[in-house]
Design a protein around this ligand. Structure first.
Ligand code: SF4
Ligand code: SF4
Length: 162
């Protein structure tokens, strides 16, 4: 996957996708889920995350306490030591990675803590979750990070131009 092209395309299309979000706000929340969820399945059946890993390269998941405890156990560290080594608090007070790319990302784009990865990594990019209405802004931001979300938005934007 050419991530430089993706970056350029997603920035150039951002204003169109923003207008789509304005239209999506007028759709009933349960209808919105019906729009996103099949699109999520379709797009992820065509995209191989191992050819991308842009989320792991450029952003940080939030680490909840159970994530921290689980990963600390994996590294045979105390949770406080894990926090000190890998994490910081963001503006909202959540624990996030000190650095990007994620230190647990291998050169082959594989996550070497995959089985124990944070909940936020398991759920990213959240386009199959209930109540998409509540995360429209976050999802719009994710069009700049995730080629799958970008594709989902392109398809949905087409629907709204019909
Ligand atoms: S950015 Fe999206 S497509 Fe790329 S690896 Fe992450 S979830 Fe998969
Ligand atoms: S823990 Fe794994 S899945 Fe999560 S950001 Fe790091 S490399 Fe990616």
């Amino acid at each position: 996957m050419n991530l430089d092209n993706f970056k350029l395309n997603s920035q150039n299309t951002y204003s169109i996708h923003k207008k789509t979000v304005d239209k999506l706000r007028k759709v009933k929340p349960h209808q919105l889920d019906k729009l996103f969820h099949p699109m999520h399945e379709q797009v992820f059946s065509e995209i191989d995350c191992l050819h991308c890993a842009n989320c792991c390269k450029t952003t940080s998941p939030i680490f909840l306490q159970p994530d921290i405890d689980r990963l600390a156990r994996l590294f045979r560290m105390k949770s406080s030591e894990f926090v000190e080594t890998y994490l910081r608090r963001d503006e909202e007070g959540d624990f996030v990675l000190l650095q990007a790319p994620c230190p647990f990302l291998g050169e082959d784009n594989r996550c070497f803590v995959y089985e124990e990865r944070p909940k936020a990594c398991r759920e990213y990019p959240h386009t199959n979750r209930k109540n998409m209405y509540g995360i429209l802004n976050l999802t719009l931001q994710n069009t700049l990070v995730c080629p799958a979300v970008f594709k989902i938005f392109q398809e949905i934007s087409k629907e709204f131009r019909k």
